[in-house]
Design a protein around this ligand. Structure first.
Ligand SMILES: Cc1cc2nc3c(=O)[nH]c(=O)nc-3n(C[C@H](O)[C@H](O)[C@H](O)COP(=O)(O)O)c2cc1C
Length: 547
């Protein structure tokens, strides 16, 4: 073990135990309320009473840039950082995308998806002075319903400059936090997992929206969780619902050296004495304790940890062409399918293209945001792909793992590259069979898993990263899974089909199907892609009043 693994064994046990007890099984689900207590339904919108709200601009959805261009570094000229472009970044990542209504009730959908549409993720901006937005450096909380930034604190330019390890021109920070209660209200103990998936989706959404502006994003993972709390102003004892800091991302022009992006942890201490404005609203009148704070405490990143290693992987995806599909339309029309039509088939090339976009080679967007080597692989159940036999396939997202995965998947009949598969895509057919019933069963008997074109389980390298990096890698594996999910959501839209994240699945049954026998790998998230059936009972309303 290296230095990075100097963690306390008991916290590692907390993580392993948490994962074990929050597994759903066919004969018993993880502990949860079992019903929806509408009297304590959490408010999906955090507001800070007393903090000034700066409205952001409503940026009409333009035909430019093209969707495919956003995934190629250098295709989009970096935009200057202005009120307009910051507005666009949030509008295309964390804003409301539509309202749905039926009868008396209505609810907001957002650009980023969320398990149960509960939206535990909150967004923050930390920036220097920006014309029309702020004269001084500030920390702002993003209010999606108003599409505005609540000014939580302002600070001196000297503090801003001292924070950065290199000059900070045209660079800013986006932070994400989770209010676990929002998910725990519905899902109980398993909620922590869903919050982390949601963080991953939000990281993906922000990274892709940033790429559309010619910007790159990078997680600053040398920082401790305590430092994040200082920077984001979330270390408050008097909130009715606690808010856990998750991640801080640097955002800057794509052509800047990624290595130069970094913060001085010591300089962040100045944020502890800022005059924080506004009081967080209470989201529910009362709460049930599902023990989520224990797992959150166990995985906090301590100070002084070396950054994760990222082993660079040669770019193998090749050019994926340039379709006349508009990035911002795809981003804002993304929706989860609530049912699949059991008939739509995609072509083999479309299938391969979708998978190619999920591969995390050097420079690939959005995965370059992550400072660690890719840890997630895809076990795919193919149902309706033209000219491709139904069956179990695996996509190895980090080619160096191929041999280890081959040993671990003991149920495979073969490891054969399917016909027509681009040679650089590490996709293998393990078994040819009708897998619809299996797919449905293993995803908590949900028809969406069997009635589409394909569904999949995201298989994470588990024991080795936990031993090497300690408990703090646990939520990060979910973030990577969420990012893969975000790419699948957008790729499905771009291909004219639709997808849905599946947080409800039977971990151990999926392991049995693959023949996984120990903790080397862990199923962390499911997904489905197919032809959607629209729910015509619902009315769709615009995201904001003037649109
Ligand atoms: C982490 C995660 C888990 C999800 N799990 C399921 C699921 O098991 N079944 C399902 O039908 N939808 C699932 N969804 C889809 C959500 O219900 C959906 O994102 C939410 O209702 C918001 O709708 P939208 O995605 O159309 O914006 C999941 C979404 C996420 C992000």
């Amino acid at each position: 073990m290296n230095n990075d693994s100097e963690h306390r064994p008991d916290t590692l046990q907390t993580v392993l135990r948490y994962h074990e007890v929050t597994k759903h099984h066919i004969h018993g689900y993880a502990s949860g309320p079992g019903y929806l207590d509408w009297d304590t339904q959490p408010n999906p919108f955090r507001r800070y009473a007393g903090a000034r709200l700066v409205p952001l601009a409503h940026v009409p959805v333009t035909d430019e840039p093209l969707y495919d261009d956003a995934f190629v570094r250098g295709r989009i000229v970096p935009a200057p950082v202005t009120l307009q472009t910051i507005s666009q970044l949030f509008y295309d990542s964390l804003a409301i995308s539509a309202w749905k209504s039926t009868g008396e009730s209505s609810w907001a959908l957002r650009v980023n998806p969320s398990s149960g549409n509960l939206h535990p993720t909150e967004g923050y901006l930390i920036c220097g002075p920006i014309d029309g937005l702020c004269d001084q450096p500030m920390v702002g909380h993003y209010a999606p319903k108003e599409h505005g930034l609540e000014v939580r604190a302002e600070f001196e330019p000297g503090v801003w400059d001292a924070l950065w390890a290199a000059t900070a021109t045209d660079r800013f920070l986006v932070g994400l936090t989770s209010i676990h209660w929002r998910e725990a209200w519905k899902y109980g103990q398993r909620a922590y997992r869903y919050c982390q998936h949601d963080v991953g989706h939000a990281i993906g959404a922000i990274s892709i929206a940033a790429a559309g502006l010619g910007w790159q994003t990078r997680i600053l993972d040398n920082l401790s969780t305590d430092t994040l709390a200082l920077l984001l102003g979330t270390g408050r004892d008097d909130d009715a619902e606690s808010e856990e800091p998750d991640v801080l991302m640097a955002v800057g022009p794509y052509d800047e050296a990624v290595q130069a992006i970094g913060l001085h942890e010591d300089q962040a201490q100045a944020f502890g004495t800022l005059d924080w404005r506004g009081r967080a609203n209470q989201l529910s009148p009362s709460h049930l304790d599902w023990g989520i704070e224990n797992i959150a405490a166990a995985v906090r990143r301590p100070r002084g940890r070396p950054p994760y290693e990222r082993l660079e992987r040669p770019s193998r995806s090749g050019s994926l062409g340039r379709r006349s599909v508009c990035l911002r339309k795809v981003i804002r029309q993304r929706r989860s399918a609530v049912a699949m039509d059991r008939t739509t088939r995609i072509t083999r090339d479309t299938f391969y293209r979708i998978l190619q976009r999920t591969v995390a080679s050097t420079g690939s967007i959005p995965f370059d945001t992550l400072p660690w080597t890719p840890r997630i692989h895809l076990a795919i159940l193919v149902h309706r792909v033209e000219d491709l036999p139904s069956g179990l396939y695996v996509l190895v997202r980090d080619a160096s793992q191929r041999g280890t995965l081959e040993k671990a998947f003991t149920q495979a009949d073969q490891w054969r590259q399917p016909i027509g598969c681009p040679s650089q895509l590490e996709l293998y057919c393990l078994t040819e069979a009708d897998t619809q019933q299996t797919a449905r069963q293993v995803s908590c008997s949900q028809d969406i898993a069997s009635d589409g074109c394909f569904s999949l389980g995201m298989i994470a390298e588990y024991e080795q990263p936990l031993e090497r990096h300690g408990p703090c890698i646990y939520p990060r594996l979910f973030w990577e899974a969420g990012m893969v999910g975000q790419v699948l959501y957008l790729e499905a839209e771009a291909a004219g089909v639709r997808s849905t994240g599946i947080g409800c699945y039977f971990d151990d049954d999926m392991h049995r199907i693959l023949g996984l026998q120990d903790r080397a790998y862990q199923d962390l998230y499911h997904f489905t892609v197919g032809g959607p059936i629209e729910d015509t009972r619902l009315t769709t309303l615009p995201s904001y009043p003037n649109e």
